[in-house]
Design a protein around this ligand. Structure first.
Ligand code: NAP
Length: 259
């Protein structure tokens, strides 16, 4: 129980990596504030965010939803207010919400570029700033984890709008490690490799691409959302009490395999 008694907020927690991270934190004893964007499918079918909340409650932990667009600064405030009202505090923030609408560079519509930066980079900034102010008020330190990407370190022809945001998150966590270290707030990033989720479902539906990645990744398989659970729990926990400003690759060895 590495996170017993801790309150963890996860943005983009209804699906993919955020969902897996939220469940992993709850399994380690945390109560969870779950942010996501939609409040249910238009056809009235199940709300994936609510399913995650129900699963966490099923483990005997407490969980609340803090729905909202992270590109709106008010969402960061609402996440913090929700944590304080429901659980009295916020110990850990996992800023995970992100989008990657694959597109070629030469004809990139500016609204796609703008939205990607607003959600991924501004969104992270807003939520991190709101959480950090609460942690400073509490006076007991904390842990902030930015979900960056291996794309912070390499380019992508269809991701010219996305890779700068992921490099930005990596850099933001480094600067925040310095700005917030004196308050005992540790700031780190995780850099996932290629993880099979909705964000890249269409891209990875190409068998040639799947085969390329499987061959290129030394561990021999694409990543799964659960692969992020352990690394994030570690960074969130007191096991990582002296880890600040780090960037943890979680990519099966993809980045170092330059062949
Ligand atoms: P995903 O399956 O598409 O899930 C994205 C999550 O973010 C969903 O919960 C979604 O909520 C939420 N979200 C999207 N826009 C939002 C907004 N404006 N405000 C609040 N929540 C929002 O994607 P994923 O693969 O798990 O990606 C999660 C993070 O990991 C992203 O930051 C991504 O860049 C990063 N990452 C992913 C990979 C990969 O290979 N999958 C690799 C490196 C980094 P709704 O369900 O409500 O839409």
């Amino acid at each position: 129980m590495l996170l017993e008694g801790k309150v963890v907020a996860v943005t983009g927690g209804s699906r993919g990596i955020g969902r897996a991270v939220a469940l992993a934190c709850a399994r380690e004893g945390a109560d969870v504030v779950l942010n996501f964007l939609v409040s249910g499918a238009a056809d009235g079918s199940a709300n994936p965010g609510q399913e995650v909340i129900d699963a966490i409650r099923g483990m005997g932990r407490r969980a609340i939803a803090a729905e909202g667009d992270v590109a709106d600064p008010a969402t960061g405030t609402a996440i913090v207010t929700g944590a304080v009202e429901a659980f009295g505090k916020l110990d850990v923030l996992v800023s995970n919400a992100g989008i990657c609408p694959f597109h070629t560079f030469l004809d990139m519509p500016l609204d796609i570029m703008r939205r990607t930066v607003e959600v991924n980079l501004f969104g992270t900034f807003y939520v991190v700033q709101a959480a950090a102010n609460q942690m400073v008020r509490q006076g007991r330190g904390g842990s902030i984890i930015g979900v960056s990407s291996v794309s912070a370190l390499v380019g992508g022809a269809q991701q010219t709008h996305y890779t700068p945001t992921k490099a930005g998150i990596h850099s933001l966590m480094q600067s925040c490690a310095i700005a917030l270290g004196p308050y005992g707030i540790r700031c780190n990033s995780v850099l996932p490799g290629t993880i099979g989720t909705d964000i890249n479902k269409e891209d990875l539906s190409d068998p040639a691409k799947r085969e390329y990645f499987s061959k290129r990744i030394p561990l021999g398989r694409l990543g799964e959302p659960d692969d992020l659970g352990g690394p994030v729990v570690f960074l969130a926990s007191d096991m990582a009490q002296y880890v600040n400003g780090a960037a943890l690759l979680v990519d099966g060895g993809l980045f170092v395999n330059l062949q």
